[in-house]
Design a protein around this ligand. Structure first.
Ligand code: SF4
Ligand code: SF4
Length: 643
């Protein structure tokens, strides 16, 4: 990511940008006044960049505590007549949906763009979701860019469209647009930023009568969609084979037709607006096709809508054979409707449908690739070296083992979701959504009257605490539940790129702001709270054990800054294994440090049959020093007992 690319202001100049940067640039060109988001991959960089550019371009940017609040702030700016942008990922759309559903009914005033960045194949998400279905339910237009240039152009156009139809407009991006780079032409910055004002006639409410207004707006949008400049057809006139696609599928389709040498036989209908459909534009092309191939990621959204359209306009279209996910001919990497498509999957699908012979790579390429992969060291998904969460999980696991009553742990969304994995000691037994670990723990904590006697722990991160845990904690206090909430406070929103949150006293624009420590919030609720350093594993274990003896809802904040933040700042003593003391295979559950504790910096020297520390990876947290049963792991220059 290059922040420099966003500072170029030479109109007409081409600059290499990612899709996320292009959306941020578009917001600036469109004269946006208000930008809000909650951190979430793959789109975190949009608000991150707008925060850095806020002062230069006289806009307000905020990391909100959750997506619902983010959308409400942006909606209010729109109600006052200025342009606003809100950025979420699909899980965030779920959180904001309650507000969104009413907002499309109440209508808007200043241009309001909602960027929803889906994550096909869930590269950085806990689940895979196609947000287009929710956007359709919300009665809002869906624009799907295919390149970073289109991401910018469509976002600028989306503000105008929003003001025309008085609705929020969705830019549906995906990971391969967010993070792909391409040349983007710099446009002029709209200088005519309005003074926000709400007059007495400005009313934004919703009731049953507004449903009819929504439907009228959708009908108007469908008319506008017929002329939408980002819909286009390319290929031979009246092609009998037609690809219908949107988003990155358009780029893959072009590449596939070129590789297969059939550009002169197959046409591509590229939709820039996926909802509502430009029905006449589509039917005009269906009229000459006898086979249609749908290319899209995750669910068959366009496929279903267009097949329904063809059924309604049956008398106008030629008898058509449809191919896509529903027929099983087009598939993501894990099957139809699952995950990303890419140029390879598209080429294979088209070759199969068009009955063309195609050899994916020169002979021997597969073996060569496989032999190269063998040289890459195996890496299990694990907490980073020195991560305080590893120490916290080890302490909670140890405390529950000492407690011996089959304690259960409810998890949450963040780096610490790795508590589901072997390297997180498989401690988490349920992970649903942001903040839901607290609600689940509450439910279990109320089962004592039926004889449920297992201790209950919820583990959430600091950013998640502010996002959605607080209402669940109030509910627990109100309803007198019995569980321990452990807040893993690494003083940042680590998983999405170290964004600030209310516990830090910094905002998205880098300004100092109110600092709301978690323990003060908990104190304000009248709940008992302790704060402890998880690097002291023995002390943390005792603290968890002791707190589990207490009845009622109680909170333990385990505070230690993310190892990736401190690694940049601190110089700490080097950690090494005294090979004379290491007993290797004889140790605990066989090589405790490298196998069981599972820090990526702690590795096994097969030749010496001893543990060693990988200096390049070790963040020198010192936690393994206190855990080695042989005291074989040492801090350079620190005597035993001093640490
Ligand atoms: S000190 Fe030990 S636990 Fe900490 S990062 Fe280094 S090897 Fe890992
Ligand atoms: S925990 Fe200590 S004794 Fe066991 S393998 Fe690691 S360094 Fe060796």
């Amino acid at each position: 990511m290059s922040f420099l690319s966003l500072q170029v202001n030479e109109v007409g100049k081409q600059v290499l940008m990612t899709g996320n940067e292009a959306v941020a640039r578009a917001a600036i060109e469109a004269g946006v006044s208000y930008a809000s988001s909650y951190p979430g991959s793959p789109s975190s960089e949009i608000l991150g960049n707008l925060g850095k550019l806020a002062k230069q371009h006289n806009l307000y940017a905020e990391w909100s505590t959750n997506e619902k609040v983010a959308l409400e702030g942006a909606a209010a700016a729109s109600f006052a007549g200025v342009r606003a942008i809100c950025i979420v990922k699909p899980d965030g759309l779920n959180v904001a949906f309650d507000t969104l559903k009413s907002l499309t009914s109440s209508g808007t005033k200043g241009g309001l763009v909602l960027v929803v960045s889906d994550d096909p194949s869930a590269h950085s998400s806990t689940n895979e979701e196609d947000s287009r279905y929710l956007e359709k339910v919300a009665h809002m237009p869906i624009l799907e860019p295919s390149t970073p240039q289109e991401a910018k152009d469509m976002t600028v156009a989306a503000f105008d469209l929003s003001e025309k139809v008085k609705l929020p407009v969705c830019i549906r991006s995906v990971t391969r647009i967010c993070h792909a780079s391409g040349n983007v032409t710099i446009g002029p910055v709209n200088k005519s930023i309005k003074q926000p004002v709400m007059g007495p006639e400005d009313r934004f409410v919703t009731n049953i009568l507004f449903h009819a207004v929504q439907e009228k707006k959708l009908a108007m949008l469908a008319q506008l969609a017929e002329q939408w400049p980002f819909n286009r057809y390319q290929g031979p006139e009246n092609a009998r084979t037609l690809i219908i696609t949107a988003g990155p599928g358009f780029v893959y389709a072009q590449e596939a037709l070129s590789v297969l040498g059939v550009e002169e036989q197959v046409g591509i209908l590229k939709l820039g607006i996926s909802w509502p459909l430009p029905e006449n534009f589509i039917v005009n092309h269906l009229e000459h096709a006898d086979q249609v191939i749908f290319l899209e990621e995750i669910e068959p959204f366009n496929e279903e809508n267009i097949m329904r359209l063809a059924a309604h306009r049956l008398e106008e279209v030629y008898p058509i054979k449809f191919y896509g996910q529903k027929s099983g001919h087009v598939s993501g990497q894990l099957g139809p409707g699952l995950g990303e498509i890419n140029p390879d999957t598209v080429i294979r699908a088209l070759a199969g449908i068009l009955n063309l012979s195609y050899t994916a790579q020169p002979k021997g390429y597969g073996q060569e690739a496989a032999s190269l992969v063998q040289n890459v060291p195996e890496r299990e998904l694990a907490f980073c070296a020195g991560c305080p969460h590893r120490a916290s999980f080890w302490a909670v696991k140890s405390a529950l083992a000492i407690n011996g009553r089959n304690g259960v742990v409810m998890g949450d969304i963040g780096c610490y979701t790795m508590g589901l994995l072997r390297t997180g000691y498989k401690l988490l037994q349920a992970v649903l959504a942001m903040g839901s670990g607290v609600g689940l723990a509450h439910g279990l904590g109320k089962l004592d009257r039926f004889g449920f006697e297992q201790p209950v722990v919820a583990m959430v991160g600091d950013s998640t605490f502010y996002h959605a845990a607080i209402p669940a904690l109030i509910n627990a206090k109100y309803n007198k539940s019995n569980f321990l909430l452990v807040v893993l406070d690494n003083e940042t929103t680590a998983m999405t790129g170290h964004q600030p949150h209310p516990g830090l006293g910094l905002n998205a624009m880098g300004d100092e702001t109110e600092h709301m420590p978690i323990e003060k919030v908990v104190n304000g609720l009248g709940l008992p709270v302790e704060v402890y350093d998880p690097y002291d594993v023995d002390g943390t274990t005792k603290m968890v054990f002791d707190m589990l003896q207490e009845q009622g809802t109680k909170v333990l904040v385990l505070r230690r800054t993310c190892a990736l933040v401190t690694a940049k700042k601190e110089t700490k003593p080097k950690v090494y294994v005294d090979q004379k003391l290491c007993i290797g295979d004889e140790c605990g559950c066989n090589r405790f440090c490298s196998r069981t504790f599972a820090c990526p910096a702690s590795i096994w020297d097969k030749k010496a049959q001893k543990a060693i520390i990988d200096e390049a990876v070790c963040n020198r947290c010192g936690v393994c020093v206190s855990l080695c049963p042989q005291n074989a792991i040492k801090l350079e220059g620190v005597e035993a007992g001093e640490y």
